[in-house]
Design a binder for this molecule. Structure first.
Ligand SMILES: Nc1ncnc2c1ncn2[C@@H]1O[C@H](COP(=O)(O)OS(=O)(=O)O)[C@@H](OP(=O)(O)O)[C@H]1O
Ligand SMILES: Nc1ncnc2c1ncn2[C@@H]1O[C@H](COP(=O)(O)OP(=O)(O)O)[C@@H](O)[C@H]1O
Length: 272
């Protein structure tokens, strides 16, 4: 993104009759005066006077403007680089989004995800894709088991597909157990390369999931006939970075769906 923006700035300057060469130099960013000193040193090394004093851009203001679709601060971002930012990060109503619902088996991930997808399809006017744990395991992840390695593979595949959807400005709703924090963080990082990421922890207590036991899997796990069952004989790492926490033992399916929709509306991804 930096190189096309730099070339566009050069072209703008040339169109203004100012002969300009643009050199892009990868450098660390500290967000303090070290950035200023580094910029001055690099400029001198290229034989350029830092004629325009280096201004540290206000990144919080940048992201706020990008999220809401407002004008970017013109003093920090010439028109060409503002346009490059916009292409990379459209305003939230048009930006790709990955919603990952994580939680124990039977916590309500699929049920809430289906209800949310239905609402999104009705209201957002955008393409919506559901990547449900069960369904993914029958196709994309067919053949994988439930060891840590296989679960990580499965969740990464889901994350990869979801991030691709977000890169094309679509909405992806995913509902795997995704029990490991590091793998969830990888999915967040993949999604945020090109869009946004919202983590919903469906935090229904184990006792309630086990009471529901729709598929009889908890009974079999307790009896020891299913090894490595999440919450019984395989860990579930409680997210510390959840954007939203839902305990479906304390609410109806519609209430859970509305809390997710409300969160997405508050964040500006969908209109009310
Ligand atoms: N050992 C073990 N542990 C957990 N779950 C098991 C296991 N074996 C089979 N199942 C069934 O597989 C569904 C979970 O698959 P996921 O792809 O969501 O799991 S993971 O994210 O890869 O951990 C899960 O479906 P949900 O109940 O919809 O979550 C179970 O029905
Ligand atoms: N408030 C609620 N939210 C979601 N599911 C609920 C709720 N109350 C009861 N349930 C039931 O709990 C079960 C959850 O199953 P499911 O959505 O497949 O969970 P998961 O995908 O997490 O394994 C469903 O049978 C659903 O009808």
């Amino acid at each position: 993104m930096v190189v096309p923006a730099a070339l566009a700035i050069r072209d703008d300057l040339r169109a203004d009759g100012r002969e300009a060469e643009v050199v892009v130099v990868p450098a660390p960013r500290y967000d303090d005066e070290r950035d200023d000193a580094l910029a001055a040193t690099v400029a001198r090394a290229y034989g350029a006077e830092p004629a325009l004093a280096f201004r540290r851009p206000d990144h919080a203001a940048l992201h706020e403007a990008l999220n809401t679709g407002k004008e970017l601060p013109a003093e920090d971002w010439p028109a060409a680089s503002a346009a490059a930012w916009r292409r990379w990060r459209p305003a939230r109503p048009e930006r790709g989004l990955v919603v990952l619902l994580t939680g124990l088996s039977g916590s309500g991930k699929s049920t809430v995800a289906r209800a949310v997808v239905e609402r999104l399809a009705e209201h957002s006017g955008r393409t919506v894709t559901l990547l449900d744990g069960d369904v993914v395991r029958r196709n994309l992840s067919a053949g994988l088991g439930f060891s840590r390695v296989d679960r990580d593979r499965n969740v990464r595949r889901i994350g990869f597909v979801a991030a691709e959807i977000a890169r094309h400005d679509g909405l992806a709703v995913c509902a795997p157990i995704a029990p490991f924090a590091t793998t969830r963080a990888e999915v967040r990082a993949m999604a945020e390369e090109s869009g946004d990421f919202v983590l919903v922890h469906v935090a229904t207590p184990l006792e309630e999931c086990e009471r529901r036991d729709r598929k009889g899997l908890y009974a079999r796990a307790r009896a020891g006939t299913i090894p490595e069952f999440t919450g019984i004989s395989s860990p579930y790492e409680i997210p510390e970075d959840a954007d939203l926490v839902l305990d479906t033992s304390q609410m109806t399916i519609s209430q859970a769906r509305d809390l997710v929709m409300e969160f997405l509306a508050e964040g500006g991804w969908v209109t009310r």
